[in-house]
Design a protein around this ligand. Structure first.
Ligand SMILES: NC(=O)c1ccc[n+]([C@@H]2O[C@H](COP(=O)([O-])OP(=O)(O)OC[C@H]3O[C@@H](n4cnc5c(N)ncnc54)[C@H](OP(=O)(O)O)[C@@H]3O)[C@@H](O)[C@H]2O)c1
Length: 394
């Protein structure tokens, strides 16, 4: 998918461009030994804390409820916030980033925490600016957390990601990159550290690096991203040998991108008790219904979600509107609710503004009926799939 191509381009341009930042001051109590002990004691069956695909348990009873990431000790809100667009000029923000954007991002962060959504996802390659200066998303997030922590402490959970760049080899490179991320975030540890995409030359070194990071107290839980079923199973097994659970696999998943349902990834996540973190869960804004054939998105998104695509998506968007009306909700909230209805899924929609973040909270605390869930899938199936990250398929 073009968005990921852009993430990759950002990564390449960012080589060596990350700056050292302040000393980390914000620290959290580590629970590492208990994660390992609990995981060692458990069998390969899914965590009892993690809903499985067949479970009839309603997981959206109370919006304040949190879910555990896999068999780790990390608990997050059922919807998180993606921070890719913060500081980004490659894919988002029409190529420019200014003080007004920073204020909007800060307001998005604060509004999220105010409405009780306090799980934030960033990456070392996010917020890449012209001339390859990256890391701005982590810097902004770190700054917002710190500002907020002067006022209160709301159990904010931070996830970031390691860029498996071709010149980064082995476990040591992961720890080095993680320490740079922690400096930018101004934290002494993060809640979740993920391999952003599979390595070109293999993943064993990186997986060992993830386990090292847990043992060194630099992260509370570890995950992968854009991993297909076979890579997911290998990562799970390798970590298990070190007594560490694979907490999550972050993949593209939404009503308009349902590859995880077809390529075995969702099923394997459910079976292993690995949380599926759904990225681009509102189809990069499309599922809000605000883009129409006459008003497609600007920038790189306009090439994917073009006039033709949006014309074909009209019946789905219309159904979303009707179902939303029946529930007193918005199409975007229905889209997020649909994802959560698949269970074991934590969507992380991107928020650029406070209003966008507030709208996400309305996806919690209610459930679509199963016939609405089915009807939406049926209409979505009529749309040609958009192209995804190649690593998911080979
Ligand atoms: N692991 C990976 O490889 C990977 C890849 C992609 C994303 N991600 C993660 O997933 C997160 C979310 O994915 P994403 O940003 O690609 O897509 P998304 O969450 O589906 O869409 C986010 C975009 O939708 C629009 N939007 C947000 N709230 C809205 C609202 N209330 N009403 C109308 N439009 C709204 C905004 O763009 P406009 O206002 O400009 O329309 C926003 O930037 C990212 O931030 C990142 O953390 C990870």
């Amino acid at each position: 998918m073009a968005s990921l191509v852009s993430e990759g381009a950002a990564a390449l341009l960012s080589k060596g461009a990350f700056h050292h930042h302040h000393q980390h001051q914000y620290s959290r109590k580590m629970k590492t030994p208990s994660v390992s002990q609990r995981f060692r004691a458990s069998s390969t069956s899914p965590s009892t804390d993690t809903p499985t695909s067949n479970s009839s348990t309603a997981i959206l009873q109370a919006s304040a409820d949190k879910v555990r990431l896999g068999a780790s000790d990390v608990e997050v809100t059922k919807v998180g916030i993606g921070a890719w667009s913060w500081g980004d000029t490659f894919y988002w923000n029409n190529g420019s980033w200014n003080d007004r954007n920073i204020e909007d991002a800060r307001a998005a962060f604060n509004a999220s925490v105010d409405v009780g959504i306090n799980f934030f996802d960033t990456a070392e390659v996010y917020g890449s600016q012209i001339m390859g200066v990256g890391g701005e998303s982590e810097r902004l997030l770190g700054r917002f957390v710190k500002e907020r922590n002067r006022l209160d402490s709301k159990g904010i959970a931070i996830a970031t990601k390691f860029a498996a760049l071709p010149w980064r080899l082995g476990r040591g490179s992961l720890i080095c990159a993680l320490k740079e991320s922690l400096k930018r975030l101004d934290l002494s540890s993060v809640d979740l550290y993920q391999l952003h995409w599979p390595g070109l030359w293999g993943n064993e070194g990186y997986i060992d690096g993830l386990a090292d990071a847990v043992e060194q107290g630099l992260v509370k839980a570890v995950g992968v991203s854009n991993y297909n079923e076979q890579r997911l199973r290998s990562a799970y097994a390798q970590l298990k040998k070190r007594g560490i659970p694979l907490a999550s696999n972050q993949v593209n998943y939404s009503l308009i991108y349902r590859l995880p349902e077809k390529n075995g990834v969702k099923k394997a996540c459910d079976e292993l008790g690995v949380t599926l973190i759904a990225y681009s869960p509102i189809g990069q804004g499309v599922l809000s219904g605000k883009y129409t054939p006459k008003n497609p998105p600007s920038g790189p998104r306009g090439r994917i979600y073009n006039k033709e695509y949006l014309t074909k998506a009209t019946p789905l968007l219309q159904a979303l509107r009707e179902i939303a009306q029946q529930h007193g909700k918005t199409p975007l909230q229905v889209s997020l609710n649909w994802l959560m209805a698949q269970e074991n899924v934590v969507p992380i929609p991107g928020a650029k503004t406070a209003a966008q973040a507030k709208e996400f909270a309305g996806a919690l605390g209610w459930t679509l009926t199963s016939s609405e869930v089915d009807e939406l899938r049926r209409l979505a199936s009529k749309l040609d799939p958009i192209t995804g990250f190649p690593a998911e398929s080979f």
